[in-house]
Design a protein around this ligand. Structure first.
Ligand SMILES: [Zn+2]
Length: 327
C-alpha cells in the first residue's frame, strides 16, 4: 500500500480490479520529455487508483462520519453498515456524510464503496472501530406536566413534529459551505450529546444535542453557511432556527429568546441567528445546538472536528491529525 495511506483510517483495498495501467496514463509533461527515437523511460507519473478516507478515525455511537473518495472518475456508490451512502462531488473528489446510530454497538463497522476508476470499478473497503459511547445517565426531577403532556399540548407537539419533518425534507444537494464548522457561540458545554435522561425515575429520553451555557440575550450565530429552513416557536424546543447546509446536513438552534432571521434566508458562518433564551421546555436559559446528518441527530462536537477542507490525498490530512480522536 502507498506509504501515505492514513494508517489511522485502517483502510484496506479489498480488490483492485483495474486501477489503470500507468502506460495509458502518461501525463503531457512526462510524454514531452521523451524525444523521438529514444526509448521511452518508465518515469511516468504513478497513477493513483481510487482511494478511501474516513473521519473521525475512532468514532463513537452517535457520531457523524465523513467518507471521502479520491481518484474516482465519476460518482461512487457505497454503504456504511449496509446503509446507503449519498455521495456528492467535493474537493476534486467525492464525499458522503454518514452517521452512526446512538444504539451502535462497540466494534467494527464496514464501509464499502464502489468507485469508478479508469478501467473497471474499484471496490474499496474501510473499517471504523467504534468505541464506547460514554453517554451519561442523568436523573432529572421535573413537574409531572412535563413528563405527561396534557391533550392540548399533544396536538401542538404533533404540529411541531410535522413542521420539523417538512423542514428536514430539503432535496439532497452538494454542500452550501466551503469551510469547517464552528461553534454557534463560545461557551461552556453544560450537557453533551447523548446524555440519557430519566424523569422522576423513569428513563424518558436521550439528549440529541449539545447544550451551551449562556445568559438570555447572548448572541447565537450560524455554525456554517446555509439556508434557514425553519423559524418557529415549538412547544418543546421553543423559538427554533434550523439551517440547511446541503449534503443532508442541518444545524438546529433551540430555546432562543429572539429570532433574527427569516425563513429562506441565506446565512454565512458567524451570521447572527438570534439570542439565547429559555423558551420551550427548559429549566433555564441556554442554547441547545443540534446537528442532523444522514437523517439522524449526531454529536455536534464531532462535527466540529471533521476536516472538510483538506484535499483527500494531501499529506497530513485530517485522518492523521492527533486532535481528531474522540476521547
Ligand atoms: Zn439540550
Amino acid at each position: 500500500m502507498p506509504a501515505r495511506t492514513p494508517s489511522a483510517a485502517r483502510l484496506l483495498v479489498l480488490s483492485l480490479l483495474a486501477s489503470g495501467a500507468p502506460a495509458l496514463a502518461a501525463t503531457p509533461t512526462a510524454s514531452s520529455a521523451v524525444r523521438q527515437g529514444e526509448l521511452a523511460p518508465l518515469k511516468v507519473a504513478p497513477v493513483e487508483g481510487p482511494r478511501l478516507a474516513l473521519q473521525p478515525s475512532n468514532p463513537k455511537p452517535g457520531d457523524p462520519v465523513l467518507v471521502t473518495v479520491s481518484g474516482a472518475s465519476s460518482l461512487p456508490t457505497g454503504s456504511i453498515a449496509g446503509r446507503p451512502l449519498r455521495f456528492f462531488a467535493w474537493n476534486n473528489g467525492y464525499a458522503a456524510l454518514a452517521s452512526l446510530p446512538v444504539e451502535q454497538a462497540e466494534g467494527t463497522v464496514a464501509v464499502d464503496v464502489t468507485a469508478p476508476g479508469r478501467g473497471l470499478p474499484v471496490l474499496l473497503s474501510g473499517v471504523l472501530n467504534v468505541g464506547a459511547p460514554g453517554f451519561r445517565e442523568r436523573e432529572l426531577r421535573v413537574a409531572n406536566k412535563y413528563v405527561k403532556p396534557p391533550k392540548a399540548v399533544k396536538a401542538r407537539m404533533e404540529a411541531d413534529r410535522k413542521a420539523f419533518a417538512a423542514a428536514f425534507a430539503q432535496p439532497f444537494q452538494t454542500p452550501l459551505f466551503g469551510q469547517n464548522f464552528a461553534w454557534p457561540r463560545e461557551a461552556t458545554v453544560t450537557a453533551p450529546f447523548g446524555d440519557r435522561r430519566s424523569f422522576n425515575g423513569k428513563l424518558q429520553s436521550q439528549h440529541f444535542g449539545v447544550d451551551l451555557d449562556g445568559a438570555t440575550g447572548s448572541p447565537v450565530v450560524a455554525a456554517n453557511d446555509g439556508t434557514v429552513v425553519m423559524t418557529r416557536h415549538n412547544y418543546a424546543s421553543g423559538n427554533t432556527v434550523l439551517v440547511h447546509h446541503g449534503a443532508g446536513l442541518y444545524t438546529a438552534y433551540f430555546h432562543l429568546s429572539r429570532i433574527d432571521v427569516k425563513d429562506g434566508a441565506q446565512v454565512k458562518q458567524g451570521d447572527p441567528l438570534g439570542l439565547v433564551g429559555s423558551t420551550g421546555r427548559v429549566t433555564g436559559p441556554h442554547l441547545h445546538w443540534g446537528v442532523k446528518a444522514d437523517d439522524r441527530w449526531v454529536d455536534g462536537q464531532t462535527l466540529l472536528k471533521l476536516d472538510f477542507t483538506g484535499a483527500p490525498e494531501a499529506p497530513g490530512m485530517a485522518t492523521n491529525a492527533p486532535g481528531l480522536a474522540n476521547p
